[in-house]
Design a binder for this molecule. Structure first.
Ligand code: DOR
Length: 439
């Protein structure tokens, strides 16, 4: 008789376009059988009747802030937030206090993650003017999901904003490079047009559409010149989404859950500094363009850009407000609510939040419910309605821009390589996260 470590029994499996009810048998952290496994034995049988089983959701854009200020977040806190929210793997950004721009910094991160992470983690390496020559070597290091470049909107030490350095960077290494695309010169020039203490809604005027679109035009022109693939993070304008359609094969697109959910200027008037992020939340035209792009197949990944800051930093007058919003824990509930509202299908959600990130970054063993893949599952109840409350937020900073939002559809279980690490709001067992491998 067949024996498995765990069997997920009779869930509706969201895979490869089909929504069929089946059992999933897992052994040693991998999926080893799919189908009718009623005759098999297992150490643990998880009843998934009435629930949907998605391939483990990957959040490809989080800033876990470790090392940084533990009162804001640490790796254990941020990855605990991830599994509470149904996320099985996160890709962590390099702009921490000890920035991940060298092999030594990567080593330090790996040690913490191996001991303390609740979900699996991939690591970005920051591209800077100082490490361009090393990037080919750094992107080949184990567990590196991509090189991340701030082509605008970062402190000078983290910036690569000019064409000469950007071209040199694109010629160093071979894998897809991820970009924060806002044109730095235009951001700086327009800053002088606004005074401190003006309404928070001025954020989307300062950092207007052209800041982002100009950044993306410049980056894609260089990508075409050098032949180096570019992944444009948090694409936020209708103009960029239309433009990126001409770069299939060379350019891929990430859209954020915030840009699919919140709309300016209303969100600024309601949330003040808790609506401030970069690139900014924009008006309804861009929101509608983002949804059209999602459903036209013009988006490759959806992420949260989880970027916690202290309440004190969020409540400063504009534009001294720290930019960035918590989001890894609320990503799945908010997207399930969009599924309930029929803005996208559950299958499209799985494509954009699991197989999409696995494909764009080359994550090994992730992104599919199929034999041989990692036993990573996000098990959801599509009928459950629940209100997002700040008391639920695991990041010590303790706030979410989605407080008070009712969601239909909720993650019930998070399973990471066969370990059930979250069940009905409880984090179980011990941190079992591992570093993700990339092809
Ligand atoms: O709003 C943002 N905050 N955008 C970014 O790109 C960086 C992030 C942060 O690190 O706080």
């Amino acid at each position: 008789m067949q024996h498995f470590d765990i069997i997920l029994r009779s869930g509706t499996i969201v895979a490869d376009g089909a929504g069929t009810v089946a059992d999933i048998g897992c052994r040693d952290g991998r999926i080893v059988a799919l189908g009718d496994l009623r005759a098999a034995h297992a150490t643990d049988i998880i009843d998934c009747r009435g629930l949907h089983v998605l391939p483990g959701i990957i959040d490809p854009h989080v800033h876990l802030r470790d090392p940084g200020d533990p009162a804001v977040e640490t790796i254990p806190d941020g990855t605990r937030a991830a599994v509470l929210g149904g996320v099985t793997a996160v890709f962590d950004m390099p702009n921490t206090q000890d920035p991940v721009i060298s092999a030594a910094a990567l080593d330090r991160k790996r040690t913490i993650i191996a001991a303390e992470a609740w979900c699996d983690v991939g690591l970005y390496v920051g591209g800077t003017k100082g490490n361009i020559a090393d990037l080919g070597m750094l992107e080949a290091e184990p567990n590196v999901c991509a090189i991340k470049v701030f082509a605008g909107s970062a402190p000078p030490a983290n910036l690569v904003e000019d064409d000469v350095n950007l071209e040199a960077l694109m010629r160093s290494g071979a894998r897809t490079v991820c970009y924060h695309s806002e044109d730095e010169a235009r951001l700086q020039a327009r800053r002088a047009l606004f005074g401190t203490g003006e309404p928070y809604r001025m954020h989307m005027q300062w950092r207007d559409e052209e800041c982002a679109f100009l950044g993306t035009r410049r980056l894609m022109a260089l990508a075409r010149k050098t032949g180096r693939r570019a992944h444009i993070l948090h694409v936020s304008t209708a103009e960029e989404l239309a433009y990126m359609r001409d770069f299939k094969g060379l350019g891929t697109v990430e859209v954020l859950v915030n840009h699919l959910t919140q709309v300016g200027p209303e969100v600024y008037d309601r949330l003040g500094g808790y609506a401030i992020m970069n690139p900014p939340i924009r008006d309804r035209r861009h929101y509608e363009a983002a949804w059209a792009a999602v459903n036209a197949g013009d988006v490759d990944c959806i992420g949260s850009d989880h970027a916690p800051h202290s309440r004190e930093a969020k409540e400063r007058p504009w534009p001294l407000t720290a930019a960035g919003l918590t989001g890894v824990q609320t990503l799945v509930p908010i997207m399930l609510d969009h599924v309930a509202a029929e803005r996208l299908s559950l299958h499209r959600m799985a494509q954009l939040m699991s197989s999409g990130p696995a494909r764009v970054y080359g994550a090994v063993g992730k992104g599919r419910i199929a034999v041989g893949y990692d036993a990573d599952f996000t098990v959801v109840d599509l009928r459950k309605t629940r209100v997002i409350e700040e008391s639920w937020i695991a990041s010590p900073c303790g706030w979410t821009p989605f407080a008070g939002q009712a969601c239909t559809g909720w993650p019930i279980m998070t399973i990471v390589r066969g370990h059930t690490v979250m069940r009905e709001d409880e984090v179980l067992d011990a941190p079992a996260g591992r570093l993700v491998s990339f092809a």
